[in-house]
Design a binder for this molecule. Sequence first.
Ligand code: F6R
Length: 369
Amino acid sequence: EKGGYDTFMEKEIFDQPDAVRDTLLGRTDEAGRLTLDEIRISEEDLKAIDRITIVACGTAAYAGMVAKYAIEHWTRIPVEVSLAHEFRYCDPIVSERTLVVSISQSGETMDTLMAVKHAKELGARTLSICNTHGATIPRESDAVLYTHAGPEIAVASTKAFLAQITACYILGLYLAQLRGGTYADDAAKVMGELQEMPAKIEEVLGHLERTREIARFMADTRSVLFLGRNVGYPIAMEGALKLKELAYIHAEGFAAGELKHGPIALIDAGQPVFIVVPGPDTPHGLHGKVVSNIQEIRARGARTLVIAEEGDEAVVPFADEVIRIPKSAPLLAPLLAIVPLQVFSLELSTAKGLDVDQPRNLAKSVTVE
Ligand code: F6R
C-alpha cells in the first residue's frame, strides 16, 4: 500500500500533485466559471456574508492562515482565523451573516466539531472543508467542500494540507465571482494559474536531493527557526510543526517582520534558519524586505537555508543553501514552498531512526477535547 515508498508519509508527499489536481477537478464550467454544486447555502445568503471565521487546529489552521491572505485579497471580506479550541470558549462575534469555515482532514476532530456546533447555535452559516466523506463535521455543517487528497495514513499531515489550501482558494474565487467586484473577472485567470500548480509541485519533488542531504547532516541539531512573510508566514509555522512532530527538535516559526522585535536575540553562530522568500514580484516590496532579513541574520552567524524562486539571484550572496521552487503567482506559492520543508523533516526523522508515520504521543485523529 505504500506504493514502493518506505513510509506512508513519503508516499503522501509524492501524492501531492494528485491531491491538488483532484481537488481542482470539476469545479469550473466550459466558460471557466466556478460552479460549486456541493455548497448548499443559497447564493443570496452567500452574497450577504460580511465576515468569515475559519476554525481549525494544527496544520489545518495553517491552511486557514494562508486562506486569509487570499480570500481577503480576492473578496475584501474580513477573514479571521481562530484555533477551534480558542473559538469555542472566547465569546466569539458571530451573526447570521458570518460564514464559519471549518477545515479538517479527518472531519472528526473534537475541538473543531465543538466550534462548528457553537457557531451554529450562534446563528452562523457553517461550511466544512473536509477530506473524509460523511464524517461528523461535514454532517453537522450547512455545506461542505470536499478535498480529494485520498486517505491520509501518516499521522503528520502533508497532502491533506495542500488540498485544504487548494479548497480555500476555490472558495475564495467562488465568492469573488459570486459577489462581483475587482476580482470577479480574474477568478478564471487565477483558476488557470492554479491548474498549473500540480506540475510545479512535481518539479519541486524532482529536485529534493540537496534538501535530503542537508537534513541528514543535521541529525544532532537542537533547534531550527523558520521565517516567512505574508503567505510564507503560515508556511514557516507549518515547517516548524512538521519538525517538532517528526524529529522531536525544537522549532519555531515566525513572521520575518517580527525578527527585530525579539527573536533576533536567538541568532548566534551556526543557528540554522529556514527562510521562505516571497517571489520578486510580490507586492509591497516584500521580497527586498525578506532579503534584508536574511542579510541581518547571516551577519549574526545564522546558517541560512533559503527557499526562493528560480531566477531570484538577490538571495544568493546571503544564503548558505538555496532550495529552488518554480515561479508562481505570489498567493499560490505556499503549495510549492512547503514541500521541501516536509521532506526536510521526513529525512531528518529518518536519519534519527524515528518512526516517521507514527510519531510519539500523537494520534491521527484527536477525538477528545
Ligand atoms: C499535523 C497534524 C495535526 C492536524 C490537526 C487537525 O501534522 O496532523 O496538527 O492537522 O490535529 O486534524 P484534522 O485536520 O483531522 O481536523
